[in-house]
Every structure is written in C-alpha cells, then in structure tokens.
Design a protein. Structure first.
Lengths: 168, 774
C-alpha cells in the first residue's frame, strides 16, 4: 500500500513519518517514532497497555488510525514528565509497588495521570473505576491503589512547596 | 543498632526506573537493523497426518527471506529429559489446533502473513481425543505412538497403611472434584528476537523465565554448540510459569535466523499466546479423606487425572506435585495417590503458579471443611488438630524445617473476626477458611546433576562499584531487588552501589531459572555466600594495610570501621582500595545446592515435591451470594503467608496479593472453554482475567518463621498463597448459603443449580438457614 506522510505532535515534538494510511497509532509510535513505552498486550482492545493521552483523554492507541490524529496533542508514557524529571504518578508507582513486571505500567500511568489531572483527590471508588479499563496480572491492584494514593500525596506536597514563600 | 540495615526494608524495585519511564526494553521493543519479521503457520486441525507441505509459492513471494518446515530442525526437544516429544515444526502429525507446521521470515509482518497463506499443506484427518477420561481408554489413534492409551505417565504411591487409617476414621467422605483449565495470561505476549551474527553465532533475546534451558534447547534443535549461542533475557512482562519452558517461537526464530542469515523477530498475538498455553490442566480429583472422632486426619486417598494436552511439557512433574504436596502441610500418616497425566488433542499444559498443587488443594480444603462440620468442629480447629511438629519428615519423605502455618491460621482468624462471623452472618453472607503451602524451589534439578542450582559472581574494581553477575531471571517478581538487598546488606553498602548483570548466558553463571519459587532461597543463598566471601576479602585487605584484627572490623552504610574504637573509619572506596593493593580486582563466587537430606525418598517419582523449605498460607474469604441470580460477591480476602523472613515486605505483599488475585480469577471466572480442540475464548476480553471492578480488597499479613537454611531466614513468597484462595471462597459460599460447589470456576449457573438441588432434596423453597452442623 502506498505510504503517505503524516505529522504527529507527540510529547511536545512534531514528528513526520511515511506510513500506510491504515497504520495504527500504536505501531507508528513503536516502529516509526521509536517510542516503545506503549505496549501491545492483546488483540481486542481489552488490556489498556497501549493507552496514550490524546488532548488529555486516555485512548487506546491500538485501535486508533495514526493519520486521524494529526491535529491533537499526543502524550505517551515517555512524555508524562519533562526529561530527567518524574511525575508524581511515576514516583508513586515506583515506590509503592504499583509496577511489578511493568508491562501494564505505561497504560496505568496514563490512566492515572488523566484521572488526577481531572480530579486531583479522587475517592478509592473513583480510582477503581478510572483504572477499570486497564488489566494488571501481577499486583491484584492493591499496590496500584497505594501507588495512586502516594502520587496524590506527592502532587499535593509539590503544589504546597511551589506555593510556599521562598526563604531568604 | 538494628540487626539489618537493608534486609527487611520495603525498597522500591531496582528496575522501577526502567518501568515507570517506559524506557526499559522488553523483547518486542527490540529492533535491529536488517531485522525480519517471523510468523508461524499453525494447524487448523486437532489431529492430522501431514502428507506434504508445499512452500514454493511462499518462497517465491518477493520480500520473503526464509521459509522453514519440520525438516529444517528435526531434533526433538522438551523441558523434561523424559519428554522430548516436540519438534520446532511438526514432522509427521499435527496434534492440536495451533500446532506449529512451518514459519516464514519476511521484510514486513504483512508480507510474512501473506506468505503463510501461500503455504499448502496436505492433511489426512485423524480421529481426535478431547476428553481426558475417554482419551485414557483409547485403544487406537494414539496421539504419540510411544504412549499407549494416551497416558503420558502414571504414578502410584502408598505411604503408611491407608486401609487401617480409614478403618480408624469416624467420618469418611469420598467425592469427585473438577477444575477447569486456566492459563497464565501474563500481560506481555511472548516475543523472541534471534540475531544471526556475522561470525556464525546466534544471539537470542527472549521473554523467558529459563534462559539457560532455552540456551540448551536452541543448541539441540539448531545443532550448534552452546558455546556459539548467547541467550539474553530482557525485561519480561510477567511469567507465572508460562515462560518456564521453551515456547515454540523461541526455537522457531533461531531456526529462521540461521536459515536467512538475518535477525528475525517473532512476537505472538494474544490468540497465539492462548494456544501456546502451558497452563493449569483440567483436573479431575477423586478424593477420600478419613477423620477420627478427635478430628485427626487418619487417611487420604487421591486419584488425580490431568488433561495434559498434546505434548509432555512439564506434565509428569505437574501430576507428581499434585500427589507429593498432599504432604508437608498437615500431619497425615497414611496416604494413597494415583496420578495420571493424560494426552489429548489440545495445547500442552504445563507449569502455572502453584504448579500441580492448586486443584488438589481446592478439593482437600473443601473436603476438610465438610469433615469439620461432620465432626462438629470449627474449620480452624480441625486444622489446628492436624498440624505438623517441625522440624520433621513427612510420610512421603518431605523435610519440613520451618512451619508458620499455626501462626498464619491464628492471624487470619483474629483479623477476619472469624469467631463472630463463622455460621453467624445473615443468610446469603458467609466466611470460609483454607490453607496452602508451596516449595521454595525444587530440591532436584530438572536435568539431574550434582551441579549447584545457582552460581553468582561479584566483582569490585577501582571504581568501587559492586557488580553482581547472576543468572537468575527477574520476571516482575522482584528477584533482582532481593539479590541486591542481600549483597548490599552483607557488604555494608548502599543498594545503589550495586550493578546487577543478570540472565545473560555469555556473562552470568548458570541459574536454573525462575520457576518453583526458587530464586530468593537459592540465588539468595548463593548471593549470601559470595557477598560474605567478598566482605572477608575487603576486611582482610583493610586489616593488613592498617595492621588491625579483621574480626574487629565492621562494614555498614558505605563505611568500614573498627568496632573497638573509632580511630579507623574508611569510606567503602578506601577500604576497597586497601584490598586492591594486595589482590588486584576483587572477585568472589557463591553457589547453592540443596542439602542431600532435603532431596527426598528413593521411590519412583520421589524427586518431585522435595524442597529445602516450604512456605505456608492461611486465608479467610468473606462473600455474599445472591440466591436469585447465583452471583457471588467477594468482599474481602485476608491472607497470611509464612515467607520465613520478608527480605522486602513491599515485594512480599505484592506477591501475596498477586497470588490471591490469580486464585480469585480461577475460583470465580477464568476458564478456557474448548470445543473439539478449538479454544472458544482466546482473548483477554472473553477469558476474563479480573479487572479492578472484579477484584475485592485483599489484605496481606506477613508471618516470619525464620527458616534455618533460608537467606536471612527467607523462603518462598510468590506462589504458595494462590491455592488457599479458591477453597476459602468455596467454603465461604457454603457458609453463606449451605451449598458445596465441587467444580471450578464457581459460576452463578453452578450456584443456582446447587441451590435448586438443595431445594429439591430439602423440599420447598431454599431454606433460610446456614449450612451444616456446628
């Protein structure tokens, strides 16, 4: 199939790629842009490992045609924090055991990031609900909830630190 | 000063940065220049003779660089020395839908798929066997000619005097239990990249729990010396046993790479993962247990039939575990075990978390619950009356060195409010208790030898970095972290100082792999020995240089100092520098082999079951059952696990909770549904592993029995908890509505049928009364 040139805004950068018109966003990210953080775990859009943010909304990149997303801002796990920094969500998952094998982690990070951007202090029920489109086979989800709670704490202490007057 | 500074700390996993940034590489993330994409042609028939395969059209397709069939790699292989019955591509027959017939390597995945469609196979269809009980009666059309009646293996064990034991029993029950087939469903689909090197060597990156067995198998099937092959395990996205033997793509990719002289990557689709399987078999357990008036188990007889699928795999080990681990949890003097591993025309089963023990433990713990009610005993009390007195040797020759089961039972009874709830909750709600156990590694290797099961090396040079070379395979369970913690503790350094090089056959010494929950115990002990050796070298160097007694030196918090006074206080770099003056770069080795007395009895099949140590679990489940719909809601699972010593409580709790979660999936919703050898639910959506919405609160409690031989007292944590969850839920359902379900998964349909049955037998409507005497 003839390739066409597409232009994607991913993690704040514009990328060009020549791809078949039907190529999936997940495959473009992984194969053409070298962003392998987003994973493929299933054939039927059920696992959530490939989730990315599209204009802030978590979406499954395995069922998105890449060429349809040339206007939107796409954020993958590689882009949820500036280079060399960690988002509180990443810290939470590292410290509280939310990542065991790590394969589902990018998707959970994306889903959690979207949740906390929308609702900075969700209840456990809201967390459970927001993460229900992502499957994890390792944790039994308990340490994922702990990770999200830790992320909330860290985000609020960062916010408090940012607001505190600078000591002279 | 606390006895340990790093052991016992809930440290984040050492590979967490790779995982939370998305920068860590799993096998399918790897791309190398010139890489081809491989696809495997699978059989659409469950049992068929292959008359001919014509690959000429596929080969002629531009972009196709290699096509391989059975003749390209005819050597048989298999994980067990007694079970070399698989070939990379079938030579004579396809034995299940999904069996591997040929493979293509092409410049794109699309071309490879297109090429598969051009391969023409001439099949002669054969009668196929799908039901294990029918298959084991087969007099013809056997799946393997060398296995009469489609029986892969059978074992018959008797310990003690079983008839006398039953004669002494006041309460005897005899029932059949059924467990459907379940699979690992690790989130990462299998993937293998085989790189043909210009010097004629092969480098293979694979999603494996057993890189060294893979190394050996590639050597056999590619007819290349092991010295010319390098296997590297990248990050692995979960295993649970599904990557603990060689999976067909792991040998297909090297065969294609060798034929194409190019790198070839094969990644399974999720559907292929389901058909590759190697999960927990359909199991039929005919169980008979006798209980004395005093509540002592006097005899057990178990006949276990496992539906193993079309190839041997781990089969004989699976069935042996189902018998051997009737022992080592309770004091049972008289045991009879008859185990059958049966072949059918379905994908091969294999090792899955709790290997071999789970379905029999379900049957046993449910029956023990029923017997407790028969005897008018509390289910917790009947277990207390049958405890082992460790250290001891069981009737079947298993050596128990530490035994935290009593404390596990007390902890869950207390935490769950058992006394106030058991038999006392309103109709429709109930609690159930069950126990389980598991090995801390198999005391005997798969391929018998006297070699240590693990060897590790530590190197320290001028930069004072500590490099640990270990063959142990991190698969998400945290084994890298545990090894780093052990070495850091002994050397008295910060964990960040340790660089771990793992699971690369060119660089790291042999470790048997991540299976049978062996790594903390075995690689952990090897790390302990190597680190002690290294510590002695450093302290001796310091003592020699500064003229002090090495016995008076302590290493801690990145410092080396004298205990008697504070005049000598060196940074770790300085201490290493002192030792380097005398020795050059420092190297230390540690090994672990299970002690002779832990290796079990001498009878046929005695090699499976023995372990240097056993973990113990007790759990209480609280459930509600809707008698109108049969729906079961699990409210909470309290799980206590004796892991000897929690080297890292964070990862131990993660393992307990993950085990309970997987047990819940099997208890209530997971089942591979077969129709004439075709899997009806080969997707995550339809196979239905539990999501957040179906997973209740799981509370883990760590019990520490301090094993005398485990590293810092540690033993297994990753598997043992799974088996208790299923019977705990089943027993809770009985407590809630008075019906016993003997078939897994416990679906609403089965609950409704049982309630209906009870109603017919009891006459009239479902009685609002709780089950059984108490």
């Amino acid at each position: 199939m003839a390739k066409e040139l597409i232009r994607l805004k991913v993690n704040g950068e514009v990328h060009e790629a020549a791809v078949p018109p039907s190529k999936l966003l997940l495959d473009v990210l992984r194969e053409d842009l070298g962003l392998t953080g987003s994973k493929r775990g299933c054939d039927d859009s059920s696992c959530g490992c490939c989730a990315v943010l599209v204009d802030g909304v978590p979406m499954l990149s395995c069922v998105a045609i890449a060429s349809c997303y040339q206007e939107e801002e796409i954020v993958t796990v590689e882009g949820i924090a500036p280079p060399g920094e960690l988002d509180p969500v990443q810290e939470g998952f590292a410290v509280a055991g939310g990542a065991q094998c790590g394969y589902c982690t990018p998707g959970f990070l994306i889903a959690t990031k979207a949740l906390l951007d929308r609702r900075p202090r969700p209840t456990l029920e809201e967390i459970r609900d927001a993460l229900s489109s992502n499957l994890c086979r390792c944790t039994g989800y308990m340490q994922i909830y702990e990770s999200v709670k830790l992320a909330i704490e860290r985000a609020s202490s960062r916010a408090a630190a940012a607001q505190a007057p600078v000591e002279r | 000063m606390a006895p340990h500074s790093i052991i016992g700390q809930p440290l984040p996993m050492t590979d967490a940065p790779a995982k939370i940034t998305g920068l860590g590489k799993y096998a399918d993330d790897l791309l190398v220049p010139g890489m081809l994409y491989g696809k495997i042609l699978h059989s659409p028939h469950a049992h068929a003779r292959i008359r001919a395969i014509d690959t000429s059209k596929a080969e002629a397709l531009p972009g196709v660089k290699a096509v391989a069939t059975g003749g390209d790699a005819p050597h048989p292989y298999g994980i067990l020395p007694i079970g070399h019955d698989e070939r990379v591509f079938a030579l004579d027959k396809a034995r299940y839908i999904g069996d591997n017939l040929a493979a293509v390597a092409a410049v794109s995945l699309e071309l490879a798929e297109q090429a598969l469609d051009l391969i023409e196979v001439d099949y002669e269809l054969l009668p196929a066997w799908f039901d294990p009980l029918e298959s084991m009666q087969a007099t013809r059309d056997w799946i393997h000619e060398s296995k009469p009646n489609n029986i892969e293996k059978e074992y018959h064990h008797v310990f003690g005097d079983v008839e006398k034991g039953f004669a002494e029993a006041t309460f005897v029950r005899e029932e059949r239990y059924f467990a459907g087939e379940v699979t690992h469903a690790a989130m990462e689909p299998h993937s293998t990249l085989a790189v043909w090197e210009p010097d004629g060597r092969l480098t293979v990156y694979s999603s494996t729990q057993v890189p060294y067995y893979l190394h050996r198998t590639i050597s056999e099937v590619c007819e290349m010396p092991m010295s010319q092959i390098r296997v590297i395990k990248p990050l692995v996205g979960g295993g649970f046993g599904g990557k603990s033997e060689v999976i067909p793509l792991e040998v297909a990719a090297p065969v294609l790479a060798k034929k194409a002289y190019r790198p070839v990557k094969i990644t399974y689709t999720r559907e292929e993962v389901f058909y590759a399987h190697r999960g927990r078999p359909i199991t039929i357990v005919d169980l008979k247990v006798g209980l004395t008036r005093e509540g002592k188990i006097s005899a057990v007889a178990a006949r276990v039939v496992q539906d193993g699928g079309a190839y041997c795999g781990y089969g004989p080990v699976t069935v042996l575990y189902s018998g051997a681990l009737l022992g080592a949890i309770y004091d049972i003097p008289n045991v009879r075990f008859d185990g059958y591993r049966v072949l059918t025309n379905k994908p091969a089963c294999g090792a899955m978390r709790g290997h071999g023990t789970v379905n029999v433990r379900f049957a046993f713990e449910v029956m023990l619950d029923a017997l407790a009610h028969d005897a008018g005993l509390d289910p917790a009390e009947v277990r207390r009356r049958n405890l082992l007195k460790a250290p001891c040797l069981t009737a079947n020759g298993l050596r128990v060195t530490s035994y935290g089961l009593p404390e596990c039972i007390e902890k869950v009874v207390e935490r769950s409010g058992w006394a106030a709830k058991k038999g006392r909750l309103p109709f429709g709600r109930g609690v159930g208790l069950a126990c389980s156990h598991y090995v801390s590694g198999a005391a005997n290797p798969i391929i018998r030898s006297n070699m240590p099961h693990t060897t590790v090396h530590i190197k320290i040079d001028r930069d004072a970095a500590v490099t640990l070379y270990t063959g142990a395979s991190e698969i998400g369970q945290g084994s890298d972290t545990i090894q780093v913690q052990i070495v850091a503790e002994v050397l008295g350094v910060r964990p960040e100082r340790i660089k771990l090089v793992a699971a690369d056959t060119e660089l790291t010494p042999v470790d048997l792999g991540s299976y049978s929950s062996r790594v903390t115990f075995m690689a952990g002990n090897a790390c302990l020995e190597a680190a002690k050796n290294m510590r002695a070298q450093i302290l001796e160097g310091v003592a020699r240089k500064f003229g002090c007694d090495p016995q008076l030196l302590e290493a801690r918090d990145d410092m080396v100092f004298t205990l008697d006074d504070s005049r000598l206080r060196l940074r770790f770099e300085e201490a290493v520098g002192a030792a380097l003056d005398f020795r050059g770069a420092l190297v230390a080795q540690g090994t672990y082999a299970p002690p002779e007395e832990a290796r079990g009895g001498k009878f046929k099949g005695a090699g499976v079951g023995p372990s240097p140590s056993y973990s113990y679990s007790a759990q209480v489940a609280e459930v509600s059952v809707d008698t109108e719909t049969g729906q079961i809601q699990v409210h909470r699972i309290i799980a206590a696990h004796d892991c000897g010593k929690a080297l890292n409580p964070l990862t131990v709790e993660g393992q307990i909770e993950g085990s309970v979660y997987m047990g819940l999936g099997q208890a209530l919703q997971e089942e591979m549904l077969w129709n004439k050898g075709r899997l009806m639910n080969p997707t995550l959506l339809e196979y239905r592993i539990p999501s957040t919405l179906e997973t209740p609160e799981i509370e883990s409690i760590i019990v520490e029995s301090m094993d005398p031989e485990g590293p810092f007292g540690a033993k297994e944590a990753g598997e043992g908890s799974l088996a208790a969850t299923i019977p705990a839920v089943a027993n809770a359902i009985y407590d809630a509505v008075g019906v016993r379900i003997h078939s897994l998964p416990i679906t609403p349909e089965k609950v409704l049928a049982a309630l209906h049955d009870k109603q017919l037998r009891g006459g009239g409507a479902v009685k609002r009364e709780k089950g059984g005497a108490r």
